[in-house]
Design a protein around this ligand. Structure first.
Ligand code: T1G
Length: 712
């Protein structure tokens, strides 16, 4: 009856219409402008037809993934009136679905999220298979549902569930959806269509009940005491979670509290207003921007990976925390791994690390004991090169010393087939320099994992001057197979992430030198959105590691990163304070009853730092943020200009995934751009006396003068 790009309508024998979503050229169905237009057209056809009912399903593995997030950046920049008009247009389409002159049923197999779930709520009934995943992820994007979700959910579902689903943004299983009244029945996939038809026949036999259902969904909710309790409970949960830079959860809660008391049409107007005001926030722009940046990175990764081959067998050299972590990650993903160390004690430690990580997976119910045993069996500890004749990729993770790495790499190169790729998990040392003694530099690149390996999603794949395209492609493919997000970067000391992190640590050192209190710095940066402040982060990294890496960075970029004073990190390190690993660094650490390290203020550390300060000084949070963020952002600009990373999107995604840069700020370049390039340069100039880390590049000034942007 209707066939277009995103959906088609056919008449079943019973005279019931079957609307099937299958957006051409996309792995998921989504409400982009075109799909919405086609939906409007097809509903006009349905409304004018003699169809007895309408079934709605998807030909893809998921149902509908919601509105098209790739369109958000341009949508959110529209004037508020135009954004409201887009919502009004979409809601008019959903309204025509909800008021069709025949019963309607959604058949949900797979994800129905955001606008996709709102579509289901606009049909009379919802049937779902066990594979269904339902929810409102909007708050995670800094917005609220916009296609009537806040209006229909509380009128259809259990109120408590509707509010907590929308405010939390979490997805839910079909069982949870059934318990919450979000679906009417759970059905086997093979019986979905048949059950849908039965539901329609049933509704047609009882037209009054079906019409009554529709009337109820248009009204205000009956006033009952329990609703006030529901809202109070969710509000206190939000409060307990602490300050949230994302305004969406609190605002959507307020919206729903008001909108359950009014008619649906009025509630929808409130929803639109709330959506528009949230869509105009920096948080929403950042989160939508990151989604697109992430898609861009994934696309590049796919292109790389398609040209290479993921390794089936790998080897890890050095069974320390990193080596053990990488071995664990490989084994978890079904890859066999030779784990080599020069000392049995090292191997034992590496195996223990892997064993503990697997045990934790079992504890959390993510793996069965049998699977954990099987995974552990894939790790083959060895003191020699046995098994190396079969490995396709060797990850070197020995001590962070250039000469040691060079000799280990040169030795292993003689033990493996000529096709094997060697990759160094160095965090700072130039890949081109490490390649010097190698016979086959084309087969060598960097593969930088972050600590703790199982939790950190990013892997930098570093192209040395001699690295072949093939080596990079296969290393990208292997990183992907390991479940990581690879980002291909060009070689330089520190690569992308650490090259940007160390100027930030430099800023921290200067703040302490100039009399700031480390607790004030950590508090300001945590309020800014970092998961931990710089002092705490240095304790986690290890002050010995940080001091060593700093010296490598200073050698690589002496003009900016060689400091003419002794940093507090260096001072504490010299006093044997190595951070968490030694129980004390900037803070003191002791395990709580559950074995988790608790940090406490340490007077000894404070006294040591004060001994180096000429005077103590209070800095405002804004002064701290400016002094910390300027060098970080400027180094990101330099990385982009030097071609260390190809695009702003990759740089920002790398910082979010590799450093924990606050997501809601969208990355360093987006943060910089939001301030305005000219304003940012002026702020940097006001700090120029602090040294070259604070000096904008000529190109950034030129961009500022020309009104250019990093993002289109
Ligand atoms: N918009 C645009 N692209 C999307 C998309 C979406 N909503 N959902 C997925 N994609 C792309 C994704 O980027 C990837 O692209 C490909 O589809 C496959 O996805 C008005 C305001 C649905 C659970 O937040 O959670 O509705 O890499 O690899 O693992 O109230 O994608 O191929 O280029 O992730 O099977 C709310 C976001 C929007 C859902 C599928 N919806 N998506 O996971 O595949 S706001 C969301 C997901 C909204 C209304 C509002 C997941 C998934 P590429 P994938 P997957």
């Amino acid at each position: 009856m209707f066939h277009a790009n995103a959906l088609s309508l056919t008449r079943l024998e019973s005279g019931i219409g079957h609307l099937v979503f299958d957006l051409v050229g996309s792995p998921v169905n989504k409400f982009n402008r075109q799909t919405l237009d086609e939906l409007r057209e097809v509903l006009t056809v349905v409304a004018a037809s003699d169809l007895r009912g309408l079934l709605c399903s998807s030909a893809k593995s998921g149902f509908i993934a919601g509105a098209d997030i790739a369109e958000f950046s341009s949508l959110f920049r529209l004037p508020a009136a135009e954004l409201s008009a887009w919502l009004a247009h979409s809601n008019a389409i959903f309204h025509s679905l909800a008021t069709l002159p025949m019963p309607t049923v959604s058949l949900i197999d797979g994800q129905a999220l955001g606008g996709g779930f709102e579509f289901c709520l606009a049909t009379d009934y919802r049937l779902a298979t066990r594979a269904a995943v339902l929810g409102f992820p909007e708050v995670g994007l800094g917005i609220c549902p916009g296609f009537g979700g806040t209006v229909r959910a509380p009128r259809i579902m259990d109120l408590q569930a509707a509010v907590s689903w929308i405010v939390s943004g979490q997805s839910h299983t079909a069982d949870e959806a059934l318990a919450a009244g979000a679906i009417d029945a759970l059905v086997d996939a093979q019986l979905l269509l048949e059950s849908g038809i039965e539901h329609i026949e049933h509704a047609l036999r009882q037209p009054q009940a079906w019409q009554q259902l529709r009337r109820e969904r248009q009204s205000a909710l009956p006033q009952v005491d329990s609703s006030a309790m529901v809202f109070a409970a969710v509000r206190s949960q939000l409060k307990a979670a602490g300050a949230n830079p994302n305004p969406a959860p609190a605002q959507v809660l307020q919206l729903m509290e008001r909108s359950v008391t009014v008619q649906a049409a009025e509630a929808l107007a409130h929803e639109t207003a709330c959506f528009v005001s949230l869509a105009k926030t920096d948080v929403a722009a950042s989160l939508a921007g990151l989604f697109v940046a992430d898609q861009h990175l994934r696309q590049k990764t796919r292109t790389w990976a398609a040209r290479g081959k993921a390794a089936e067998r790998i080897a890890v050299l050095g069974a320390g925390i990193m080596g053990g972590g990488i071995a664990y990650q490989a084994a978890l993903k079904g890859i066999d791994v030779q784990m080599k160390d020069i000392a049995q004690a090292g191997l034992d430690a590496g195996m223990k690390e892997a064993q503990q990580l697997l045990a934790r997976q079992v504890q959390k119910g993510r793996l069965s004991s049998a699977q954990a045993v099987e995974a552990l069996g894939r790790i083959h500890p060895t003191l020699d090169y046995s098994g190396f004749a079969e490995v396709e990729l060797v990850v070197e993770a020995v001590v962070e010393k250039q000469v040691v790495k060079q000799s280990v790499l040169a030795e292993v190169e003689r033990q493996v087939p000529t096709t094997t790729i060697l990759a160094s998990n160095t965090s700072t040392i130039s890949i081109t320099a490490l390649a010097q003694p190698l016979q086959r530099p084309a087969q060598f690149c960097g593969m930088h994992f972050f600590n703790p390996v199982p939790l950190m999603p990013l892997v930098e794949v570093i192209r040395g001057e001699g690295s072949s395209e093939q080596s990079i492609a296969s290393t990208v493919a292997t990183a992907q197979r390991l479940g990581k997000t690879p980002i291909v970067v060009r070689d330089c000391p520190g690569f992308l992430v650490n090259r940007i992190l160390f100027p930030y640590f430099g800023a921290f050192a200067m703040l302490l030198r100039d009399g700031a209190d480390l607790r004030a710095i950590d508090a300001a940066m945590e309020d800014f959105g970092w998961p931990m402040g710089p002092a705490w982060l240095l304790d986690v990294v290890g002050l010995d590691t940080a001091v060593h890496a700093q010296s490598v960075m200073a050698q690589g970029f002496p003009e900016r990163m060689q400091y003419d004073f002794k940093s507090a990190t260096q001072l504490l390190f010299e006093h044997g304070r190595l951070g968490q690993k030694s129980g004390a660094g900037f803070y003191r650490y002791s395990p709580d009853a559950g074995g988790r390290l608790q940090k406490q203020v340490d007077d000894e550390a404070l006294a040591l730092i004060r001994s180096q300060q000429k005077a103590q000084r209070d800095f405002t949070a804004q002064e701290i943020v400016d002094r910390m963020m300027l060098p970080l952002c400027l180094e990101t600009v330099r990385c982009l200009e030097d071609g260390i990373v190809d695009t702003a999107a990759e740089a920002d995604t790398g910082l979010v995934l590799g450093l924990g840069f606050p997501r809601f700020r969208g990355g360093a370049l987006r943060y910089l751009e939001r301030q305005g390039l000219a304003a940012f340069c002026a702020l940097a100039d006001a700090h120029a006396a602090l040294g070259p880390l604070y000096h904008p590049t000529p190109r950034l000034r030129a961009m500022a003068a020309a009104g250019a942007r990093f993002y289109a």
